[in-house]
Design a protein around this ligand. Structure first.
Ligand SMILES: [Zn+2]
Ligand SMILES: [Zn+2]
Length: 427
């Protein structure tokens, strides 16, 4: 561990911050004469929800060693290549130099490591340094003479081809994902609507009408307005009266915008005593119910699991939202018996959420894989609290679902309206 990493910086970094730090450095380097190319690498390029460190590759010519002194004058510090590239990859790719630049973002000091690579090794470095240990082991095992890059024009595609692999998208560059066919996984173009979002009725920043117009602008066929339920007072949860008031407005908006189907929903809190925050008499009047835990997260695993199971077993619930309650870099996931939760979700035909809020990314891709294996359905939602937040679907949600091996046919918001409606009224 390099000495500049204090306790604060040792914490894992959320993807949002790791990418922002990497991009800042890439922007700085691309203004430096002699830097031919720059790219994020490591876990940032794989888009892991949390990273241990941030890695950037910079392509320079062998003779351009004088770039280092220039960068030293710009707060880049020489560091040891061995801290960032270890054997066996180190034996194949020997960077000219490593430097570290501390980027300050949101009160955090984020060390970004830059590895300087010469053109003949550029493609190989991009492949190997963005792969995890197992990915690299598998690739290396397949290459006859790995230390012999052929031409400066070699592409990442050719590096994989030499090892007998099709091109592997960076998202799947962990050893166990290498055989996944990205064609079967969900893609942005498959998304027909967004089933979890907030308005100014609860804690959102934009009005119901603004959210509807923005969803139409995104080409959606349907959407769910799901403001918080009454008990979540910190988020201005809606009482039954306010919900009725919202329904009146929604009826008017539906007439104004017939090009999109607007479901009236609620993000119903699962209470500390394992109940839903609205009685069944209200739940059955809603088109769509998103259930989630926001409180009493320090309960035992058994208690928290019982709460999730209660919601899943309700005939009115469609989605179990942000199932583990984590806030990246700030709050750990609460414990759940995932086998029980996923099995119950499949049995009761409740979709598991892939929440695209970059503070959450919940479920984590590794847990999404387990839910896929259990046979669950999914919903990729923005959980938008403003019209800008709606883009989280393509900024984060789709990539997390791909990393979680979620097949497109299992994602309910890729379905045509008719199929989704039939599923919504299934019970
Ligand atoms: Zn929520
Ligand atoms: Zn929400």
């Amino acid at each position: 561990m390099p000495s500049f990493m204090n306790n604060r910086t040792k914490q894992k970094l959320p993807l949002r911050l790791a990418e922002a730090a990497a991009n800042t450095v890439i922007q700085e380097l691309s203004c430096v004469q002699g830097v031919i190319d720059c790219a994020p690498s490591g876990s940032v390029r794989r888009r892991d929800p949390l990273s241990d460190h941030v890695l950037v590759l910079a392509c320079i010519r062998q003779a351009d060693g004088q770039i280092m002194p220039i960068l030293q004058s710009k707060n880049y510090v020489l560091s040891s290549v061995d801290d960032f590239v270890r054997n066996p990859v180190r034996s194949m790719i020997s960077p000219m130099q490593a430097m570290t630049r501390i980027i300050e973002l949101e009160d955090r000091k984020i060390p970004v490591a830059v590895l300087f690579i010469t053109p003949p090794l550029w493609a190989m470095a991009n492949v190997y340094l963005s792969g995890d240990a197992l990915h690299n082991e598998i690739l290396q095992g397949k290459i006859a003479s790995p230390a012999l890059p052929t031409s400066e024009q070699e592409s990442e595609h050719e590096v994989y081809a030499k090892a007998g692999f099709p091109f592997i998208i960076p998202l799947l560059r962990d050893g166990v994902s290498m055989t996944k066919d990205p064609q079967t996984l969900v893609d942005r173009t498959d998304i027909q609507g967004d089933l979890h979002m907030h308005t100014t009725y609860s804690d959102g920043h934009d009005t119901l009408e603004a959210m509807v117009k923005a969803c139409i602008g995104r080409g959606y066929r349907y959407m769910t307005i799901s403001d918080h339920s009454q008990g979540l007072t910190v988020a201005h949860g809606l009482s039954y009266d306010r919900l009725l008031e919202q329904h009146e407005e929604l009826l008017r908006i539906r007439e104004m915008y017939p090009q999109i189907t607007i479901f009236h929903g609620s993000e119903v809190d699962i209470t500390a005593s394992a109940k839903l925050d609205f009685p069944d008499t209200i739940l059955r009047q809603l088109d769509f119910v998103v259930a989630s835990i926001h409180t009493a997260m320090r309960q035992t695993k058994a208690e928290l699991t019982a709460r999730a199971l209660y919601a899943i077993q309700s005939p009115y619930v469609h989605i179990l939202a942000h199932p583990t309650g984590r806030m990246l870099g700030r709050r750990e996931s609460f414990p759940l018996d995932f086998d029980q939760v996923f099995y119950a979700a499949r049995e009761h035909d409740v979709a598991i959420e892939c929440n695209a809020n970059p503070e959450r990314l919940d479920l984590d891709p590794l847990l999404l894989r387990r839910a896929v294996e259990a046979g669950c359905l999914f919903s990729i939602d923005s959980d938008a609290h403003s019209i800008e937040n709606l883009t989280r679907i393509e900024q984060y949600g789709i990539d997390m679902a791909k990393k979680g091996w979620v097949p497109k046919e299992r994602v309910i918001n890729t379905w045509p309206l008719k199929r989704l409606l039939a599923w919504m009224t299934r019970k």
